[in-house]
Every structure is written in C-alpha cells, then in structure tokens.
Design a protein around this ligand. Structure first.
Ligand SMILES: [Zn+2]
Length: 282
C-alpha cells in the first residue's frame, strides 16, 4: 500500500474501511469477458492465490485499445475476450513453491525454468511443459496429482504452472508500490503470459525454449530468445499494452514497466517465427 500527494488525508481517513489501493480501471466500455477458471493446489499460499485471482480478473476487463503486435501472441486483437481466451487456454493448474516435481520429472530433465530461481526463490515455472517433455522422452504419459485430481499431461497446454515468493516481491515487484497495485498485477500477468507461451509450440520449437545468452547481463545463461514470438516478446507486448492503457499509472509505475520492457528487449538474439500450435501427442 502506498500514499501519494493530495489523496493522503482522504486515504488515511478511509484506510480502515476500504484501504488505499488503487484499482485497475477499464476505459474501453467493452463488455467484461468471463472469469478464467484455474484449479489451485493446496500448496499455493492463500495470499498468493488472492493476488493472482485479482490479477486474472484484470484480464476480463483490461480495456486495451492498441491492437498492434497481435501476431506475437497470435490473437486477432487485444479485446478483453481475446485476452481472456488466450490466457485461459494455457493456464489451468497452479501449484505452490512447496509442490515437489523432482520425483516426477527426474534430475536430468530440463524444462522451461529460466524464470525459476533467484537463489532459491521461485518466480514461476511451467511444469506442464517439463512433465510433457519428460513423458515424451520416456515414452510414458505423465500423470500428476494436483488440486485433488490426477492430471494427464497429454500436452504442455494442460497448463500446469508453479508459482513462488519471487513472483510476489522477492524478485518481481515495483519497490514503490504495493503487491496489489496495478503496476505489480501487470508485471505478474506479463510473467503469466511468458509461461503460457512455454505451453505452446511443437517439434523444434516445442515449449519455445530459450537460447543461451552470449553477452550482456545474462551471458552464459539460457535467458535469451531467438523467436520473434517467444515468451520474452510475449511478455514485452503484454507490458506495453498495459502500460499504454493504464490511466492511473504514475511516473514511477511507468518507469518500472519501462525497465521490464527494456529487459525483455535486451534478451532478443533472433527473429525466427515459431509455430505456436501446441504439441498434443506423445
Ligand atoms: Zn521462459
């Protein structure tokens, strides 16, 4: 929570009743898209779940009017409905940091984990892609217990994501803003979009894996991108759309979003177009 300029006194007087948190506002007048249905595993802490549920509500009422760069996400436009459909088709199960996938994936398998850790802190992992790749390698269908059910990983698009404290402040968070301020919701939604793209692709671009960076801040790490429509570009476009549509973002909010956008740009090492059609057979 933060207090700014003249609204301070008003905010202080109302804080016990409604709090000071600014709300995302739609300006398009467009109809709200339906809520995205996600099954949360018991391993997800309640506060993280509450924040993420609020983030996903924004997708149903984003109010974006700039419809450029649709080819990067492979969507017709950035209307509420299109965003809802795009995210909703690839995000179905969310597990928490305490969820152990190691026994199911195996120590030598690699999965889209470049956003996974800063030290030992998880930001977000696309486990569905990892389970699928591991099952494909072994010639066996992966079955994973999540949220009280067995999930058959017939495709990375089953959409199993792991989230951790890194997504909620330990790594990703505008330092001047509260966790539930729009600027931080936008940052988390961009990471969700990044991981959703890891649920897509087939053949040589299965899961849109990253490239090892040859120079710069991330030299030697698999944190760069050769695809024109890969996860980092998806992330960048989502950030740009929300930044452009945000009427209540202040200079610090915009500066933080610009920083994330610049970081995504810096990871680009190619312009190859990957096929986003998800692989669905083992
Ligand atoms: Zn990634």
């Amino acid at each position: 929570m933060r207090l700014v300029s003249s609204p301070i006194l008003v905010c202080l007087s109302l804080v016990l009743a409604i709090g000071c948190t600014r709300q995302h506002k739609s300006r398009s007048g467009e109809a709200k898209a339906a809520k995205i249905e996600v099954a949360y595993d018991d391993s997800v802490p309640s506060k993280q779940r509450r924040l993420l549920e609020n983030d996903l509500k924004i997708l149903s009422d984003a109010g974006i009017t700039d419809h450029s760069d649709t080819s990067i996400l492979d969507i017709p436009d950035f209307t509420n409905q299109s965003l809802h459909d795009w995210f909703g088709e690839g995000i179905h199960f969310i597990v928490g940091e305490s969820f152990s996938e190691s026994a199911m994936i195996g120590p030598k398998s690699r999965y889209p984990a470049e956003l996974a850790a800063d030290g030992a802190v998880t930001v977000m992992l696309n486990l569905g892609g990892g389970f699928y790749k591991s099952g494909k390698k072994k010639g066996a269908l992966a079955q994973v217990p999540i949220a009280g059910q067995w999930v058959s990983v017939t495709s990375p698009m089953v959409g199993i994501l792991k989230i951790g404290a890194g997504l909620f402040g330990k790594v990703l968070k505008a330092p001047h803003a509260g966790s539930d301020d729009p600027v931080n919701s936008y940052a988390r939604l961009a990471v969700l979009g990044h991981e959703k793209r890891h649920s897509q692709g087939r053949g040589k671009n299965l899961c849109f894996s990253h490239e090892v960076c040859t120079s710069g801040t991330y030299a030697g790490e698999p944190a760069c991108e050769k695809y024109y429509n890969g996860p980092y570009r998806v992330e960048r476009v989502i950030l740009e759309k929300f930044r452009g549509a945000c009427e209540i973002c202040n200079k610090k909010d915009n500066a933080y979003l610009d920083l994330l956008i610049a970081d995504s740009y810096s990871r680009s090492v190619g312009y190859e177009m990957g096929d986003p059609t998800p692989e669905t057979t083992l």
